[in-house]
Design a binder for this molecule. Structure first.
Ligand code: FES
Ligand code: FE2
Length: 341
């Protein structure tokens, strides 16, 4: 058992769901999803209890799914409503359902017991609804990597100087120590690089030419959502750590959906307080992110391949690893607490 079940995961952007059947895999479970005639997204186990054909191979008739093998039909609650060739409906023909909630154009799915699904626990941040922020939904990046490798990369400011030299990193940041703390279910790792030349993003937006103070805060929300707050401000302003909103601030959000033990989908988006409403800036920033995240993907998939070799299970820790160590410890605790009753 390697997944946290009692959590809301992203099943997809709202735009991915329509009035037709799609099959998705989350935590190694196959799920059939569709948008019903009232616009609500429905999720059922993608398996007909009769002979186990995936229901996604069947047909949507109104708001019901007709299995593609013998035509047994189920409603949105997973209840059987028709068995061709017999009048009596057997109660045992029942398909498990999942709780789904749509918020900020994102479709969330609860992977634990339905009775524990609490929509107030779904990730949110005030800037998603505030004016003065450009909110842009990006893409879904598929990685052949376990979600733990992807998540720990997102609480790791130290890799950016080496993996992302053209967009996020620079020589000035190589040896700056990483700070770290845990705030409940959020692990934070950060560092400031004071009085140094601007990096790629901020040379472009808003166009800093002189030295800046810049920051990188990585917030990893258990089990697998990352908020990266990075930004810059003219060094002359000499701002304090809690005055980052005075500068140019960009949030990159990563919603990681574990697909299986060696596959993850990273749905990413960004929010920014610069070039608000400027679609050309959005396209440019997204293209920079595409370059950046492809750099991470290359590293993470190579690591997954190496660690498929059983000899390479225990890595050697150094001081930049505090965030990742805390993250893995917390995930283990969560999984243990879910399986120990
Ligand atoms: S397998 Fe679905 S109706 Fe037979
Ligand atoms: Fe990265």
């Amino acid at each position: 058992m390697e997944f946290v079940r009692n959590a809301w995961y992203v099943a997809g952007w709202s735009s991915e769901f329509y009035n037709g059947l799609i099959s998705v895999s989350i935590l190694d479970e196959k799920i059939v999803m569709f948008r019903n005639s009232s616009g609500k997204v429905i999720a059922l186990e993608d398996c007909c209890p009769h002979r186990f054909l995936p229901l996604s191979m069947g047909k949507l008739i109104g708001d019901d799914i007709q299995c593609g093998y013998h035509g047994i039909t189920y409603n949105c609650n997973g209840e059987c409503i028709r068995i061709p060739g017999q009048k009596k409906i057997q109660k045992t023909l029942m398909v498990p359902t999942y709780s789904v909630h749509e918020q900020h154009n994102i479709v969330w799915i609860w992977m634990g017991k339905n009775s524990m699904a609490d929509t107030s626990k779904i990730f949110d941040m005030p800037q998603l609804s505030q004016s003065g922020w450009e909110v842009n939904q990006g893409e879904a990046m598929h990685l052949n990597s376990n979600y733990l490798y992807v998540a720990e990369n997102l609480v790791d400011p130290a890799h950016v100087s080496f993996v992302h030299p053209s967009t996020l990193g620079s020589l000035a940041s190589e040896d700056v120590p990483v700070e770290f703390e845990t705030e409940g279910d959020v692990i934070v790792a950060w560092r400031w690089i004071r009085n140094s030349p601007p990096i790629g993003f901020f040379k472009e937006f808003p166009g800093y030419k002189k030295n800046v103070d810049r920051w990188h805060y990585y917030y990893l929300h258990l089990p697998s959502i990352a908020v990266i707050d990075f930004g810059s401000i003219d060094s002359k302003e000499n701002i304090k750590e809690n005055q980052r909103h005075l500068g140019t601030q960009l949030f990159a959000l990563h919603f990681l959906t574990p697909v299986s033990s060696d596959q993850t989908i990273d749905r990413w988006m960004h929010l920014r307080n610069v070039a608000v409403g400027d679609q050309k800036a959005t396209a440019k920033i997204n293209s920079m992110f595409r370059v950046t995240f492809a750099e991470d993907k290359k590293i993470l998939e190579a690591i997954q391949k190496q660690t498929n070799d059983k000899q390479k299970q225990n890595s050697v820790h150094v001081s930049i690893d505090k965030g990742s160590i805390a993250y893995r410890r917390k995930i283990k605790e969560l999984i243990r607490s879910e399986t120990s009753f």
